[in-house]
Design a protein around this ligand. Structure first.
Ligand code: PEP
Length: 259
C-alpha cells in the first residue's frame, strides 16, 4: 500500500506574514486528516516561518529547489545542509519551470537528487513532457529519458526517499488538467520505467504524484486512479481553503473531472 501525499508548491508567492496567515487558516481545517501525508513548499525566505507554524502538525515543509554542492562560491544557491538545518524534510527537484527558465537538465536533477538523499531530505522529482512533445507522440520517450537520467542511478534504500511527480508541462498553471485517464496512463508508464530499472517490487512501492492544474473539483477523480498516489499542487495550494479541500479529497469516489 502506498500512502498518498498532497504537496503544495507555492512558487514565488507569499511573504512571511502571508505564510503565517496561511497556516493559521489551514491547520484547523486539516487537523483530523489521517489518510495522507501533507507537504508545503514555500519560497526559501518563508521556510523558517513555515517550519515554525507547522511544528506539531502533520504538515512537512519542503524546499522548491536545492544545489548539489555542500557549500561554496555559488551565489544565490542553497545547500541540502542549509535546508535540513532550517527544518525542511523535502525538496522539489527538476520542476518544469526550473527546466524551462533556469537551465535545469536531467544531469543536474541527478546531482541534486543524489545530494538531497545523501543529506537526509526526501526528494520530489518532477518529470513531464511539453505540449509539442506530446503532440509529436514523444511523451513516453521524454519521460523515460527524464526518469532514467534523473533518478536511474540510486539504490533501493535511496528510493524510499524519492517521490516522482508527473507534471505534463502543458497542464501546469494553464487550467488545463490532464484527464484522470491520460494521467493514469502516464503514471503506469512511469511505474513500468521504474520497474525496468529497479524491478517490479521496488517500483510498486514508489509514490507517483500528478501535478498540473489540480483543484478541489478534480482531485477526487484523479485520486481514484490506481497509479496516482497524490498530487503536487501549484496555484490551488496558495489558498488555505482550496488546499484543505484538496487534502480532504473524496476517497473511493471517481466523480467527474472539473474544468
Ligand atoms: C506546479 O507548480 O507544480 C503545478 C502543478 O502548478 P499548477 O497546479 O498551478 O498547475
Amino acid at each position: 500500500m502506498r500512502r498518498p501525499i498532497i504537496a503544495g508548491n507555492w512558487k514565488m508567492f507569499k511573504t512571511v506574514p502571508e505564510t503565517r496567515a496561511f497556516f493559521d487558516a489551514l491547520i484547523p481545517e486539516i487537523q483530523n486528516v489521517e489518510h495522507c501525508d501533507i507537504a508545503v513548499a514555500p519560497p526559501f525566505t518563508a521556510i523558517a516561518a513555515a517550519v515554525e507554524e507547522a511544528d506539531g502538525t502533520r504538515v512537512a515543509i519542503s524546499a522548491q529547489d536545492v544545489h548539489w554542492k555542500a557549500e561554496g562560491a555559488f551565489t544565490g544557491e542553497v545547500s541540502v545542509k542549509m535546508l535540513v538545518d532550517s527544518g525542511c524534510e523535502y525538496t522539489i527537484i527538476g520542476h518544469s519551470e526550473r527546466r524551462q527558465f533556469f537551465s535545469e537538465t536531467d544531469e543536474t536533477v541527478d546531482l541534486k537528487t543524489r545530494a538531497a538523499i545523501a543529506g537526509g531530505l526526501n526528494a520530489i522529482v518532477c518529470v513531464g513532457e511539453t505540449l509539442t512533445e506530446r503532440d509529436a507522440g514523444q511523451a513516453a520517450e521524454v519521460v523515460r529519458r527524464q526518469v532514467t537520467r534523473g533518478i536511474g542511478q540510486l539504490t533501493s534504500s535511496d528510493l524510499s526517499r524519492i517521490i516522482v511527480a508527473y507534471e505534463p508541462v502543458w497542464a501546469i498553471g494553464t487550467g488545463r488538467t490532464a484527464t484522470p485517464e491520460v494521467a493514469a496512463e502516464m503514471h503506469a508508464e512511469i511505474r513500468r520505467i521504474l520497474a525496468d530499472i529497479y524491478g517490479a517490487a521496488t517500483a510498486d512501492g514508489m509514490r507517483i504524484l500528478y501535478g498540473g492544474s489540480v483543484k478541489p473539483e478534480n482531485i477526487s477523480a484523479l485520486m481514484s486512479k490506481e497509479d496516482i498516489d497524490g498530487a503536487l499542487v501549484g496555484g490551488a495550494s496558495l489558498d488555505p481553503a482550496s488546499f484543505a479541500s484538496i487534502i480532504k479529497y473524496e476517497r473511493g469516489a471517481g466523480g467527474p473531472i472539473g474544468g
